[in-house]
Design a protein around this ligand. Sequence first.
Ligand SMILES: NC(=O)c1ccc[n+]([C@@H]2O[C@H](COP(=O)([O-])OP(=O)(O)OC[C@H]3O[C@@H](n4cnc5c(N)ncnc54)[C@H](O)[C@@H]3O)[C@@H](O)[C@H]2O)c1
Length: 361
Amino acid sequence: MTGPRRPDRDPAARGARNDRNNDANDANTETPMHQDSAATGVIGVVGAGTMGIGIAQCLAEAGHRVVAVDPEEAALADAPARLRNGIRLATMFRRAPAAVAMDQALEAVTWTTRLQDLASARFVLDCAPERIPLKEKLFRELDDVCPPEAVFATVTSAIPVNRLAAQTARPGQVIGTHFMNPAPLKDTVEVIRGPRTTDATLDTTLGLLTDLGKKGIVVADAPGFVSNRVLMLTVNEAATVVQQGTADPVAVDRIFQECFGHTMGPLATGDLIGLDTIVDTLYVLLECTGDQRFQPCEKLRQLVADGHLGRKSGQGFHRYPAPVTTVEAMAPPLDERRPSAQPVRAMEKATENGGTSRDAL
Ligand SMILES: NC(=O)c1ccc[n+]([C@@H]2O[C@H](COP(=O)([O-])OP(=O)(O)OC[C@H]3O[C@@H](n4cnc5c(N)ncnc54)[C@H](O)[C@@H]3O)[C@@H](O)[C@H]2O)c1
């Protein structure tokens, strides 16, 4: 799958793109959508939550037409505003300009509750909740609805790709694309090649990622792959440390930031991912490995039961200004704000202002 030339990789396109970018807010500026979108068909995104909106943004800003499906009317009601805010904030913080102007990117995404609207999709990204039965059912339904040549990429945090591929009659066309959060600002994707994923599926997927300005690191299929096999244990242990009274959340995260040089501590990372997603992912790892180390600790389960889901609810291990978009999620927790962190301060100001003004910078 090929896409429009990106200015960061193509000097010829760069001049034109920069010109377009200067006019990004000019209503008369028309940038053609993805030249070969008719040939490649729309791209489907299933689940319009944290990851679905972020990935829809990446696709739309690269010039693709997107159909985003979510069965929850409430999720769809918020989604266009969250997408708009995400585009506005990403414009301030990423290195390369988008391929298309904001209005065109917004128009490129169609929101629907109907999976049947993916009947012409050639590539579908699963961003539905991290629950095995839910995703298995979804893959069976996608297999019925989508054209036989369509590729299915799951953004799952931990479910083995082959388990979802087994629900379809096209196991060779199923692959894992573990985008990081927030997707528009993260350049690298963990790509999971299932045992039956074909070379063509891998090539198509890596091509699409290149088109989005992202790199793929290909790993083999296993519960949690590389990233979450390690990260989920770390978040669970960090929560256990808080549960046992060894340190409070700020101290735990400061240890990782100030002693190990991590950009973000494990508890703030858990808040960014969503503590409900963390618990769901730990249960997936527990089920798929049988390893009791993945049993979510009481503190994590209690926070989720209390509705403290992290960034998306305004409180988790830390407190946040709410509501937040996926990109606003880059702002620091209220209890960890550091005046010296200028880019983060700029994001914070933009967020406090509803992300409406570049003057916030
Ligand atoms: N949050 C992260 O940092 C992160 C990072 C990488 C991967 N992931 C993975 O991405 C996927 C989505 O996570 P998220 O954080 O965006 O979750 P989320 O809870 O923010 O969003 C999930 C969305 O799916 C919708 N949904 C519910 N049932 C559905 C169904 N049957 N079909 C389609 N959509 C349905 C919900 O209404 C919601 O809008 C999960 O597999 C998760 O593990 C999450």
